[in-house]
Ligand binder design. Structure first.
Ligand SMILES: C[C@H](CCC(=O)NCCS(=O)(=O)O)[C@H]1CC[C@H]2[C@@H]3[C@H](O)C[C@@H]4C[C@H](O)CC[C@]4(C)[C@H]3C[C@H](O)[C@]12C
Length: 324
């Protein structure tokens, strides 16, 4: 399972949890402006916006999971198993393989209106990266500081949904996830009043009862509701530190602990990493399952006009700061 979210203070923040039972060996990867990005059905793009994100690099190609470009546009791919369906290449369209979707969008678009235009001439195809790496079944959240959208390629075509909740998890399809939120419209961060029956002596006995009924399990539908509630009611200061700290708390509401989600005998899905990209500073912040210290890679400190990928392995292990 995975969860992605946006967050706005004075700045704009975008990130995700990557929940799975194993890792592909991902690294924080910067694609500088002059790295020629090859496209299977279109040739290479010689120069473009710089991109920072989490990627598995194979044959010197950045297979991004989530990323942001230097204009502050963010994009993440999340599992959409059983629902994702990709098209065959079509003449006269921009045929984009699903593993190219993040670089294709982030290399050329600065805003969501530009993304909508690009999507109108795109055909998302199932061309695999390699025989060992078949097309992943994904759907995507794309966001700038003003709005978020979700892109789902299904058997009946490409769907582009507005995402006013600013979150995405996995199944079911996005329109059903949004509809399901109606079940929770009575929840509130404030204490509830007795609407049950004036004839019964009902009263609150604890703080936090306004959100009683928010689902606590790890299913994607429950995580969608939980993270949407947490994000919508989040309050923090405007500084980068306060915003980033709050962002990790928002995604912390759907953190997956080892042991709670068994996917096969003795195999457990966990939150392998959590990320937060800052649009203003071009920084990729992350934590890992064993490293709760927020670690940062700042793309503006790199030679962004270069032509070679810049890679930072994740710092996987944290340290306990001892006070005595
Ligand atoms: C497994 C990851 C998604 C995690 C997730 O959503 N888990 C939820 C599980 S469930 O639905 O709730 O069961 C996805 C996100 C990005 C994916 C990777 C990226 O798409 C980049 C390449 C794409 C290639 O086609 C396949 C390998 C790959 C390297 C992908 C492997 C894998 O499918 C990743 C890592």
């Amino acid at each position: 399972m995975c969860t992605a979210a946006t967050y706005k203070t004075k700045g704009f923040y975008f990130g995700r949890t990557l929940d799975y039972e194993f890792s592909y060996g991902e690294e924080i990867t910067i694609t500088p402006r002059n790295y020629p990005i090859p496209f299977r059905h279109m040739g290479a793009l010689a120069s473009h916006y710089a991109i920072i994100g989490m990627a598995h690099v194979a044959d010197n190609y950045p297979l991004y999971y989530d990323a942001m470009n230097e204009k502050g546009l963010g994009m993440a791919g999340l599992n959409f198993v059983g629902n994702a369906a990709y098209a065959e290449p079509v003449d006269g369209m921009q045929n984009v393989a699903q593993f190219e979707f993040i670089p294709w969008i982030l290399s050329r678009c600065a805003t969501i209106p530009e993304v909508r235009e690009a999507l109108a001439r795109m055909n998302l195809v199932g061309t695999p990266f390699s025989p060992q790496m078949p097309a992943a079944s994904l759907h995507w959240i794309i966001a700038d500081k003003n709005e978020a959208i979700v892109v789902e390629s299904m058997a009946d075509g490409l769907h582009v949904h507005d995402d006013p909740a600013g979150v995405l998890t996995n199944n079911p399809p996005f329109d059903l996830q949004m509809f399901h939120l109606n079940n929770y419209l009575g929840l509130s961060p404030r204490q509830p009043e007795n609407h049950f029956s004036p004839e019964l002596p009902l009263a609150t006995y604890s703080r936090g009862m306004g959100a009683l009924g928010l689902p606590g399990d790890l299913s994607s539908q429950s995580r969608f509701a939980r993270v949407a509630f947490t994000r919508a009611n989040s309050i923090s200061g405007d500084s980068e530190e306060e915003s980033v700290s709050q962002f990790f708390h928002i995604l912390g509401s759907v953190d997956q602990q080892r042991g709670c989600c068994e996917v096969a005998e003795g195999k457990y899905e966990i939150t392998i990493y959590t990320s937060c990209c800052s649009a203003e500073t071009g920084t990729y912040y992350y934590t890992t399952y064993e490293n709760h210290q927020i670690t940062a890679v700042d793309m503006k400190k790199e030679a962004l006009d270069s032509d070679a990928l810049i890679r930072y392995p994740m710092i996987l292990k944290g340290e306990i700061r001892r006070q005595n």
